[in-house]
Design a protein around this ligand. Structure first.
Ligand code: 6LW
Length: 511
């Protein structure tokens, strides 16, 4: 009996939506201001997920104009469905155009250009009746769940929108998904807000037009007020496995540190089993840390290698850049075997800089690069947004650790270095298991983790520890917003080259 560990997709992969085609599952997540957008994953068992691309991987699909686009703006929650032999994704770009549909013959793409839909709101869903009628449920501007009949090919609104069932009375009903299951239509939603009060509720009707009957047990799922290590559980999507078992993918967080505890990896994708009671209502188990895997399938997949040595002709799909990755700002051909970044902005503090990064997916991990700063300036940064990031920077004959926390920017350490390639490392350790260094918390409370910045490989005797910084200031609760940490390479002056990027989970410190 195989058991899976939650989250099934770690790191900031919120608002998951899943569909099954035969024995294959496909899942998309929101991605906000990052390009490329809407990562798409494939699995054969709901547990092991391989990113097969990004739905929006052409800049023209993803207008994020600035000034205008902002951190945690851009792409909110998507829905993926398979209908009439095609894959469909409906989504909202809150900074550039609103609601749109893209389609593809194959899940790995290419996906079409957006077909914009004149509906105001977020969290759009797609559901079809047997006669081809297409319904779009979404979270309307007035804060309730709305329904509209649409033509998803032309992007035309054919009827509505009109208000429909909006939950059990908790705040922020959103994330609607409409399903035809047996003789019933079910409307699944999130309510309570995406923070600690997040929950999942459901209603059913004989018609998408209602009338709707809320489940007696609503909210079906909430971790609010529990001591569970997984919190903020909500924003679910239901899927039936080939063996008839039902499952829900949903978002959750894993907070760390002293109260009120904070999360640094963003809202992650979790999996929980769903049963049906004799009255035809789903029963959703509290989201488990580990659980027997869906029956009949166990298909581990290749995850990205710990080292990317930039020998491939294209960047792997998990590499992301805030707002844009303009041609000319990056190259894998200019210096074969190196990723060459050319500065497009002078600072990480305002959009427009060159940054290529990947989501931090583990609480304890290490990231390291071999950088040749040449005559430029750049380095390795851990970021939440333009106002919350720590950077280990090389340039002009020195390395420096620079911390940006809200209105404060401070160079914490500097060290002269010889010219030529350097290894820069950030080692991230959860501190609620390991008392943080006193000077880090000056005797105060313990944050979620500490970030140690090294010149060289920390395991090598010649390595130099430059600074250890408290990770609470790079948490979503401090920075606010919808994303999580991204660790990446950047250039803010001239051209900087990176020979490799290593990312490895580290064993949690012994308690
Ligand atoms: C998402 C909505 C939400 O569209 O936040 O808090 C938005 N809930 O469901 C971004 O995740």
């Amino acid at each position: 009996m195989y058991r899976y560990q939650n989250p099934v997709i770690g790191g900031f992969h919120p608002d998951p939506s899943v569909c099954r085609v035969g024995d294959d599952y496909y899942l998309v997540c929101s991605s906000f201001e990052y390009f490329p957008g809407l990562p798409i994953f494939h699995s054969k068992d709901l547990v092991h997920w391989e990113q097969i691309g990004n739905v929006l991987d052409r800049q023209e699909q993803l207008p994020l104009p600035f000034p205008g686009a902002k951190a945690s703006g851009g792409l909110y929650a998507p829905t993926i469905r398979h209908h009439d032999g095609r894959y469909w994704v409906i989504n909202t770009n809150i900074d550039g155009g609103g609601n749109f549909v893209v389609t593809a013959e194959r899940p790995e793409g290419p996906w079409s250009d957006p077909v914009w839909i004149d509906l105001e709101g977020i969290d759009p869903d797609l559901a079809w009746e047997e006669d081809g009628t297409c319904w779009c449920a979404f979270s309307g501007p007035a804060g309730g769940i709305n329904l509209a009949r649409i033509d998803p090919v032309e992007g035309e609104v054919l009827e509505g929108p009109f208000a429909t069932w909006s939950g059990s009375g908790l705040k922020y009903p959103e994330a609607p998904h409409l399903y035809r299951i047996g003789d019933w239509w079910y409307l699944l939603i999130a309510e309570g807000g995406t923070e600690r009060g997040h929950s999942v509720s459901i209603a059913r009707s004989r018609s998408p037009r209602g009338p709707w009957e809320g489940a007696p047990a609503n909210p079906l799922l909430s971790h609010s007020g529990t001591a569970r290590s997984i919190q903020n559980t909500g924003h679910g999507d239901l899927v039936e496995a080939p063996d008839g078992g039902w499952w829900m993918v949903l978002l959750g967080v894993r907070p760390r540190g002293f109260t009120p505890d904070v999360h640094v990896l963003g809202r992650e994708t979790f999996l929980t089993p769903v049963e049906w009671d004799p009255d035809g209502w789903p029963v959703v188990a509290p989201v488990p840390e580990t659980h027997p895997a869906p029956g009949g399938a166990w298909h581990p997949v290749e995850q990205p290698a710990p080292r990317d040595d930039f020998d491939a002709p294209e960047l792997a799909p998990h590499w992301i850049s805030p707002f844009a990755r303009p041609a000319g700002s990056w190259s894998l051909g200019e210096r074969p075997g190196w990723l060459t970044l050319t500065a497009t902005g002078p600072t990480l503090d305002r959009p427009g800089y060159t940054f290529v990064g990947r989501r931090q997916q583990h609480h304890d991990c290490r990231a390291a690069v071999l950088i040749d700063p040449g005559t430029g300036r750049g380095g390795l940064a851990v970021r939440l947004d333009e106002a919350h990031h720590y950077a280990l920077e090389a340039g002009n004959g020195a390395v420096a650790v620079v911390a940006r926390i809200g209105p404060l920017r401070q160079t914490v350490a500097t060290l002269p270095v010889p010219s030529g390639p350097l290894t820069l490392t950030v080692a991230i350790r959860t501190s609620d298991l390991v008392p943080a260094s006193p000077e880090l918390t000056d005797g105060g409370t313990t944050g979620p983790d500490t970030l140690a910045f090294w010149l060289g490989d920390p395991d090598a005797p010649e390595a130099r520890l430059l600074a250890e910084l408290d990770g609470r200031y790079l948490s979503t609760e401090v920075a606010c917003g919808f994303t999580g940490r991204v660790i990446g390479m950047y250039a803010t002056e001239g051209t900087v080259a990176f020979d490799r990027f290593d990312y490895r989970p580290a064993p949690a410190p012994a308690p």
